[in-house]
Design a protein. Structure first.
Length: 193
């Protein structure tokens, strides 16, 4: 259980206790009616806890997982619920989820993504600098054995590993410029070779 889940459950427990206290104070005289109210609020509380615990599954049903179509030199990526485009490419044979960022010059990996791709992150030299929305960060150049999807795989591709924190690896223009056309229409990002 993560810290966020514990915090959510603690909040719900406090909310349930407050409601229970209110019901007790309100119903001091009628214990039959109090039992009914307690049962109803208990069921509501259990329902909320179940909804919190199943939120990932509920969200998946309401907003299905993105899919990426790769065919004949074309990659089609649907827009995510948060408005961004996420593309999963294989980096050195390891599936890696990137946020497509046309404002980024290079492909930038997080420490974790680089490690999963077999890059020795402890031996990197962070002599590069990148300006981000959060300020300047140190970066280390790396040469990827491969990056891509299916037939659209690049070999010996230069990328960077970010020394700072970032939620997702960024797929910048150094990769996107390898396509003849980049188009955003009808909620899809289309990359065409």
């Amino acid at each position: 259980m993560t810290g966020d889940q514990i915090a959510q459950l603690t909040y719900l427990a406090l909310l349930g206790a407050a409601i229970g206290f209110w019901v007790l104070m309100r119903m001091r005289g009628g214990f039959g009616q109090l039992a009914q109210y307690a049962a109803v609020w208990g069921l509501i509380f259990l329902g909320v806890i179940a909804a919190v615990g199943l939120w990932g599954d509920i969200r998946q049903t309401v907003s299905p997982q993105q899919s990426v179509a790769v065919s004949e030199g074309r990659i089609t990526v649907p827009r995510s619920a948060d408005g961004h485009y996420y593309l999963t490419l294989e980096v050195n044979g390891t599936p890696t989820r990137f946020m497509v960022d046309t404002g980024a010059t290079e492909v930038v990996l997080t420490h974790e993504a680089a490690r999963r791709a077999g890059i020795d992150t402890d031996g990197l030299a962070y002599f590069g600098r990148a300006l981000t929305a959060n300020g300047e960060v140190a970066t280390a150049p790396v040469r990827l054995e491969s990056i891509g999807a299916g037939a659209l795989t690049e070999r010996g591709f230069r990328a960077w590993v970010n020394s700072g924190e970032m939620p997702e690896p960024l797929l910048g223009m150094s990769y996107l410029n390898r396509f003849e056309r980049i188009e955003i229409a009808d909620g899809e990002l289309v990359l065409v070779r």
